[in-house]
Write a protein that binds this ligand. Structure first.
Ligand code: LLP
Length: 421
């Protein structure tokens, strides 16, 4: 697979643009996305499924309107988990019929909004949600298309925070209760049963857990057929990993081939909800070294991006590759790349061998997914700008936040408060 962030004559480029020049023009910290990389990653999934299924990009991975509109224009569907994500998809020109709505805690307001928009499918996560949805659909005089998200109880061999398919996790409906839920769904007047689904975890690097989940769901499909319930699609969720370091996850083509083979001649369509495998390697975070600090025990490079900009290293001990933007000959040392936030957990990478000095630009790779979207204003820091590059052109797809943005919606306390005695 081609790399859209590569060095040309020692200078890192985003497609055909010079990253150092972009940083000078738009400032740092700066997220840069490659339109070509997003397209290529989506295309890999679409080609792998062909006519036999649909790709519903997991909006949570990167919900920038620039990203969503690019994917929508290429025929991508969307997996959403909130009313806010629905609004983003619609604003980006996504077609409601291509939307599936996942999530363990949908509110009645969110269910109604999605029914009004006419989304393609609700991925139900509990018996209680089924009743809520039936009532909401009845009130609007429509039928709600549903798939039941199952918890297949398989081990995805990933970080515990991003494993979701074990019985002890809050997600999905227990396999033992599934037939009962389907029978109830069949009997409810405002529900139309379409499918079954699961999502067993994220950053999976093997095909076997997906196959194990599909196997269990197919057993259920047979049992449901005996109950007179025929399904149209199976949604295997997202979860395919990427190479942050030395992982070698299967390609979408290999994963889909294995799953489609298992489906055999069945009429069932295969829905996938990839997030990371579409967005992660399509983005970088560019940050500048503010200063260096050598303590005798450690070498610290303090950069202008913190855990508020990129939380993955702090939250999941995630290892993300950090490379210089200008590849210049410098004596290398071992550095902790840390942010300015007042937390010891505020680092982008530890023990990295790099030749660097104050003022240098660094690039964090794999920052297109679960990166900007997890950013916050902690320490009253403005969130970074996001830039989309396409060949030799670039467009800001999110302005850097200003101080006015930071204070928006807040005001000083105006009531009489008790004084201390
Ligand atoms: N479908 C559902 C129902 C999900 O919960 C998720 C991710 C996906 C699809 C997309 O999974 P992907 O293809 O991106 O692996 N913040 C964490 C990842 C959290 C994933 C949550 N669910 C991280 O930075 O590693």
């Amino acid at each position: 697979m081609s790399d859209f962030f590569a060095y040309k004559e020692g200078r890192l480029c985003a497609e055909r643009l010079d990253v150092a020049e972009l940083a000078a023009r738009y400032g740092t910290p700066l997220y840069i996305y490659s339109a070509a990389a997003l397209s290529a990653n989506l295309c890999a999934w679409q080609t792998a499924l062909g006519e036999r299924g649909a790709v519903c990009y997991a909006v949570k991975a990167n919900s920038n309107l620039g990203v969503l509109s690019l994917l929508a224009a290429r025929g991508c569907g969307f997996d959403i988990v909130s009313g806010g994500e629905l609004e983003r998809v619609l604003a980006a020109g996504g077609h409601p019929k291509t939307v599936v709505f996942s999530g363990v805690g949908k509110t009645v307001g969110e269910l109604r909004a999605a029914l009004r928009a006419g989304i393609g499918c609700f991925n139900l996560e509990s018996a209680a949600e089924l009743e809520m949805l039936n009532e909401a659909a009845g009130a609007l005089g429509v039928q709600a298309p549903v798939a039941v998200r199952l918890n297949p109880d398989v081990n995805a061999n990933t970080h515990p925070y991003i494993a979701t398919g074990l019985r002890e996790n809050k997600f999905g409906i227990d396999m033992a209760q599934a037939r009962e839920v389907y029978a109830r769904a069949r009997d409810l007047p405002h529900i139309r049963v379409l499918g079954a689904g699961c999502h067993i975890g994220s950053q999976l690097t093997e095909i076997a857990p997906f196959e194990a989940a599909l196997e269990r769901i197919l057993h259920l499909v047979d049992a449901l057929a005996a109950d007179g319930i025929e399904l149209e699609h199976l949604d295997i969720g997202g979860g395919l990993g990427v190479a942050y370091r030395d992982e070698s996850p299967p390609a979408p083509a290999d994963l889909c081939a294995a799953l489609l083979e298992r489906l055999g001649g069945q009429r069932l369509r295969l829905v996938v909800e990839p997030g990371r495998s579409i967005a992660a390697n399509a983005g970088i975070l560019v940050t500048q070294v503010l200063l260096t600090k050598q303590t005798g025990v450690k070498n610290f490079a303090v950069v202008d991006a913190g855990m508020n900009d990129l939380l993955r290293p702090a939250l999941y001990q995630a290892w993300m590759r950090i490379i210089p933007v200008l590849d210049q000959p410098r004596p290398a040392a071992v550095w902790d790349i840390v942010g300015p936030v007042c937390e010891s957990g505020d680092f982008l990478g530890k023990d990295r061998t790099l030749g660097l000095a104050a003022g240098d630009l660094l690039c964090v790779r794999g920052a297109g997914a679960y990166s900007f979207c997890l950013s916050s204003n902690y320490n009253s820091r403005s969130r970074a700008a996001e830039l989309m590059v396409c060949g030799e052109r670039a467009q800001i797809v999110r302005q850097r936040e200003t101080v006015a943005d930071l204070l928006r919606g807040e005001c000083p306390f105006a009531l009489d408060a008790p004084q201390c005695a």
